[in-house]
Write a protein that binds this ligand. Structure first.
Ligand SMILES: Cc1cc2nc3c(=O)[nH]c(=O)nc-3n(C[C@H](O)[C@H](O)[C@H](O)COP(=O)(O)OP(=O)(O)OC[C@H]3O[C@@H](n4cnc5c(N)ncnc54)[C@H](O)[C@@H]3O)c2cc1C
Length: 371
């Protein structure tokens, strides 16, 4: 008697963060049988400033998830304020709608609800490895083997699937690496802007998350050659006395979460029957707060690029996806690299920001690039 072999899943997604869930929703709505595997128990949380720029917020609305987020887990912000060491500041308002601070767990829960409603099968499982066979990709998971027409690696910044597929970009020698960390505090937001406080080698990002909670994140550089204990959240906070005074006596409402190094290069965003989305598709830095917008954009571009019949050679579709995402990527990478160059040179950054006070059009141009 011939052994029964079940039909392959159309699209299998490794990772239930924002990018994986956005792919899942769009794929299921296109009629693909979609299964998503998330290794974390419960709703995954992550080190993130949680500020969704206007472009990302529009995507979230299009996915149907914005309406599911309760008022206690979100707060709009209207623009960005940069604060220098001497207290001087420059600020600008978005011209294309508001952004929104959204607690990551609430974002994930809302996207999961939309995915379930669209018919996505959500399972708790961890992807271990994958190999391409005849017209399918065979995926080893903790619960056994699954076969799919396409595997989507939405497994985050240091994507093991990207590495195993040899899609990691070439490492360039560099003197320093960037890391990020965040924590929430029970405190009424004092502004409807995201505040970025600058100091030499570290920035603090304050995002309103609700009427009573702010997210405080630090991004900093560490020399590659440095040994010894890493700087703590408190060490970073001490670099910003005004912020430290605001947080004094306030209750921390979450555990500290961090991640790094942040910069991740990729050679291509797809190969054979594997596609990379979100942070797994490459990352410059969190300095512009565009990671979530880019995660949603990559999900939309991937699903758009796929043919109806996934049993065919997916090479052309994945190359189309790679090209379209590269265009979007440049819009993200350019302002991120400019700001990183300024972050590395505090004296130049101080002068550049003073210039934007005199010529507000410069700051408006920057905002226009990241919103
Ligand atoms: C400090 C910091 C601040 C930031 N601030 C902002 C901000 O304010 N605004 C913004 O837009 N972006 C910000 N970002 C970027 C943003 O957090 C990311 O771009 C976003 O989380 C990317 O989503 P993702 O789904 O690609 O990856 P992730 O959110 O990392 O999700 C990956 C998921 O995959 C799961 N997973 C991993 N491996 C496996 C496996 N083998 N099998 C199954 N599941 C697996 C993980 O458990 C996780 O849930 C920030 C980043 C940092 C580090």
């Amino acid at each position: 008697m011939a052994a029964f072999v079940s039909a392959p899943i159309d699209i299998l997604i490794a990772g239930g963060g924002p990018s994986g869930l956005a792919v899942a929703i769009r794929a299921a709505r296109r009629g693909f049988r979609t299964v998503l595997l998330e290794r974390a128990a419960g709703v995954p949380d992550k080190a993130c400033g949680e500020g969704l720029m206007p472009a990302g917020l529009r995507e979230l609305e299009a996915l149907g998830a914005l309406a599911l987020i309760e008022a206690r887990d979100r707060a709009p912000f209207r623009g960005i304020r940069y604060v220098q060491e001497d207290g001087s500041s420059v600020e600008g308002r978005f011209s294309e709608g508001d952004g929104m601070g959204i607690r990551r767990t609430a974002l994930s829960a809302a996207l999961s609800s939309c995915a379930s409603a669209a018919g996505v099968e959500l399972r708790r499982d961890c992807v271990r490895a994958a190999r391409v066979e005849d017209g399918v990709i065979a995926v080893d998971t903790d619960a056994g083997e699954l076969r799919a027409r396409l595997l989507v690696a939405a497994d985050g910044l240091h994507s093991p699937l990207r590495k195993a597929a040899l899609l990691n970009g070439k490492e360039k020698p560099r003197a320093a690496r960037r890391f990020g960390v965040r924590r929430h505090f029970g405190l009424d937001p004092w502004t409807d802007l995201v505040e970025v406080h600058w100091a030499a080698g570290v920035e603090a990002y304050v995002t309103p998350i609700s009427a009573e909670v702010v997210n405080v994140a630090f991004l900093w550089s560490t020399p590659v050659s440095r040994s010894g204990p890493a700087a703590t959240f408190e060490d970073h906070l001490r670099r910003f006395p005004v912020l430290e005074a605001r947080l004094k006596g306030r209750t921390a409402t979450s555990e500290i979460r961090g991640i790094g190094p942040l910069l991740q290069r990729v050679r291509a965003r797809g190969k054979d029957r594997l596609a990379l989305v979100g942070d797994a598709a490459g990352y410059v830095d969190a300095i512009t707060g565009q990671g979530l917008s880019l995660a949603f954009a990559s999900a939309a571009l991937l699903v758009e690029a796929l043919p109806e019949d996934l049993s065919q050679d997916l090479g052309p579709a994945l190359r189309r996806y790679d090209r379209s995402l590269r265009g979007r990527w440049l819009r993200y990478a350019l302002p991120a690299k400019v700001l990183l160059a300024l972050a590395r040179r505090p004296a130049l950054r101080r002068r550049a920001l003073r210039l934007t006070v005199r010529f507000p059009v410069l700051f408006r141009t920057l905002l226009g690039m990241v919103e």
